[in-house]
Design a binder for this molecule. Structure first.
Ligand code: PLP
Length: 471
């Protein structure tokens, strides 16, 4: 064959694509093999990282094999073992084997998941994996789905669709005329909504002052009586109700059936559910009741990179009304063959040219299957309870009802809790963060990784209790 693989750099010579990809794959294999053993996060030496990675812009080329060798060595001390079994900070999933390998393929194939012409495989795989997600999450099969960068972008698209629809119902075309002179829109949301909702509202021109805050109940779910009161205040105003499945501190889930029932009593309402991690409770028989009524909402957001354990970055937005979704999010231009027709992956998200995120979701769902996803959710919840029980047995106060994968712990005072968190982060057995909830500093534990075992929890509990005892 003229040229053949050699002309594409597919030889084993140093610096060839084949050589570089093998080097990178081996570095990843070594790293992942070491995950259960390496300190989760040492205090990073920023100056050393800057010395190793910094310096002036190179004046000329460097051989690619040297570039990759240098990167592997220089970055290592600054890597955080978030993919490993004892990282309990934020809400961070690991990455399942097939999903990780599929993402490596997506990068190697370098597919542009803009539409069915730029990559038929990427387009079809999003359609298929999106359908599987709807089935698992209890979202109507007729809903549209977009694969974005995360729940932030998914919330933004869901709320853009909400904005489109409530204003259209009030006789206003927001896509054409913008918000200047439009009817006012109110956003009814819990005081314990996720902060990304506020950023989305800012970006959409609704502004943070559009929020009519609703009280949260003792565990952080929306207070239904207060929701009724707030909704009754301005019943004819175009209304977006933002609900939550999975409070980022407590894991509490709003009573969707009751809340959506109330939302339907106002004239023009749209209900968006932020279920960045908590929506996956729907995929597990033991936790499904927490999402009762999920199918009644108008739009939903969730992350795949959190509880589904797909590599970063990947979040999903679903809309019950696909035409509203496309009206709010799509665009077209004369040169973009195939764009603007419903069904193009980029019509449902914020990005035009985009990474092919569907392969990893498809791979994760094939690897796990329906029972595997249910087991993953059930296991993380059971391990969170084990963590809470272990700390409680050591005299630590657990502040929340552990209904999902989130645990809040109080070590006696704000200062002592912060000191314990700091000591744990430095020691390296596990990593977990702090939060302020209802005016108290608390240790916040999130169990979201498929590879975490009971032994990981027991080792982590022992480390936390030992470090706390030494303070
Ligand atoms: C994590 C989270 C978000 C934001 O998700 P990203 O993936 O970081 O964009 C939004 N809402 C909730 C409830 C979350 O837990």
């Amino acid at each position: 064959m003229p040229g053949g693989v050699a002309s594409l750099g597919m030889t084993d010579e140093p610096g060839s694509v084949a050589d570089l990809i093998r080097t990178a794959a081996e570095a990843v294999i070594d790293y992942r093999a070491g995950l259960p053993h390496r300190p989760v996060a040492g205090p990073a030496d920023r100056a050393a990282l800057l010395a190793a990675l910094g310096g002036p812009l190179p004046a000329g080329p460097t051989s690619p094999d040297r570039v990759i060798d240098d990167l592997v060595v220089a970055a290592d001390p600054g890597l955080v073992a978030t993919a490993g079994p004892r990282f309990f900070g934020f809400v961070i999933g690991g990455s399942l084997p097939a999903a990780t390998a599929a993402d490596i393929l997506a990068v190697g194939w370098d597919q542009v998941a803009f539409n069915a012409i730029s990559s038929p495989a990427a387009s079809v795989v999003e359609e298929v994996a999106g359908g599987w997600c709807k089935q698992l999450l209890g979202i109507p099969a007729s809903a549209s789905v977009g694969f974005g960068t995360g729940a932030q972008s998914a919330n933004t698209v869901g709320l853009a669709t909400a904005r489109h629809q409530v204003l259209a119902a009030a006789g206003w075309d927001v896509e054409r005329d913008g918000l200047a002179g439009s009817p006012r829109v109110r956003v009814v949301a819990s005081v314990e909504r996720h902060a990304t909702v506020d950023r989305s509202l800012r970006l959409l021109g609704l502004g943070n002052a559009s929020v009519r805050p609703v009280a949260a109940g003792p565990q952080g779910a929306i207070d239904i009586d207060d929701l009724a009161k707030v909704l009754a205040d301005e019943p004819t105003m175009p209304t977006i109700v933002v609900l939550q499945t999975g409070n980022v501190n407590t894991g509490a889930c709003d009573d969707l059936r009751a809340a959506i029932g109330l939302a339907r009593t106002v004239e023009h309402s749209w209900v968006h559910v932020d279920g960045a991690f908590g929506l996956w409770a729907a995929a597990c028989p033991q936790t499904r009741a927490l999402t009762d009524g999920i199918e009644l909402a108008d739009s939903w957001c969730t992350d795949a990179h959190k509880w589904l354990n797909v590599p970063y970055d990947c979040g999903l937005v679903f809309c019950a009304d696909p035409s509203a979704h496309v009206a709010a999010a799509s665009y077209s231009a004369a040169y973009l063959t195939g764009a603007g027709t419903a069904g193009s992956p980029s019509d449902y998200v914020l990005e035009s040219s985009r990474r092919a995120r569907g392969f990893a979701v498809w791979a994760a769902l094939r690897e796990l299957g329906e029972t595997g996803v249910a087991d993953l959710v059930a296991r993380c919840c059971a391990l969170a309870r084990r963590f809470a029980d272990g700390l409680a047995a050591g005299g630590v106060e657990i502040v929340n009802d552990v209904v999902l994968n989130q645990v809040l712990a109080d070590f006696g005072s704000d200062e002592r809790t912060d000191a314990v968190i700091d000591a744990v982060q430095r020691e390296g057995t596990c990593w977990l963060g702090g939060t302020t909830w209802r005016g108290r500093r608390l240790m916040r534990i999130s169990v979201s990784n498929h590879s975490t075992t009971e032994d990981d929890i027991d080792r982590s509990v022992a480390a936390v209790l030992r470090l706390a005892a030494g303070l």
